[in-house]
Design a protein around this ligand. Sequence first.
Ligand code: SF4
Ligand code: SF4
Length: 349
Amino acid sequence: MDKIITLQIGITDFCNFRCKMCVQSDVNDFRVNKKGFMAFSTWKGIMDRMQAYGKRFSILLIWIGESFLHPQIADFIRYVYESDSKNLLTSIMVYTNGSMLTPILSKEIIDLTVKHSKRFDIVFSYVSDTPDTARLMNENTDFDLIVKNTREFSDYAIKIAKGKIGINFQYVITKENLHETENFIKRWSEYFKNSCVEFKLIYDYYLESWETHNYKISLMPEGNDNSEKQNENNELFSNFLQKLGVIDKPKTENCDRFYKKEYGKVKCSSPWEFYVVNWNGDVTACCKDFELELKYGNFLKSSFEDISRSAKLVAIKENLLNDDYEEGSLCKHCSGFKGDFSKIYDGDA
Ligand code: SF4
Ligand code: SF4
């Protein structure tokens, strides 16, 4: 069976938060004068091209910005559900900081999902378990509002969809919030205790976080492209996992080498795993490519078939396979993205 195509779409690169570990808090504002919101016609163009291509695909709504800031997000979801005459869409997964997810919006999306019998997963990104630490991580936040929105979405989804909508949490462990991670896990596992069909705590983030479960909490270390700093973050993370009793020994290998050593071929699966789509329809090989250096196509100008066969994409994959990068290029000093390598060489490498 063909591998499912994953479109990772940033319908906006604006965010109302400034989390300390995110590019949004970068003092050298990224994408100066290039930020925007996807037009409905662009979304329609992408979805129509996927129908014309005729292969199964999933949508991951996350890239740099907060998707629920987009005033048409429910219209986008309605369109992809209604236009999916060939039943090609396998799932939609949306990451959110939860601040804009009003009860009206939650209800609209859940009702649409149930009506069309689709798979929908929401991932609430948390960086704390208390208002004080939330403000330390991001001064724009309103912790109580986020908790309220999370509960309202979840309660309605459980009531209406009876476990068919995935409710997920992502918690990035940092020095500042480590001390409240256990309470965070406890808070949400207790909240879902009586309605859980299946509950899973995920910590091997890169391998398992994309899998769908009805309720899950994914823990992950803070990312850093500096290998030394990344190793410190990994050590903090793995010490916590040991304390929690979910792993026996620490994982502190240097990131670059760890990916390569463990999987033997390439350090990064991103160009094989994701078609990362910018709000203006540009497609790039990587979600770390904020300035679109690895752009290899545009959905408004080409069919999906042409995009997936782009000569630039082939060259990007070859460079990764051969460990051959231009000095100063994005991939040269990157610690990589470890995806599900079991799928990489299954057909489309
Ligand atoms: S909510 Fe997400 S996109 Fe926004 S600043 Fe925080 S981590 Fe970045
Ligand atoms: S090596 Fe790094 S920059 Fe290059 S595609 Fe992979 S994750 Fe992106």
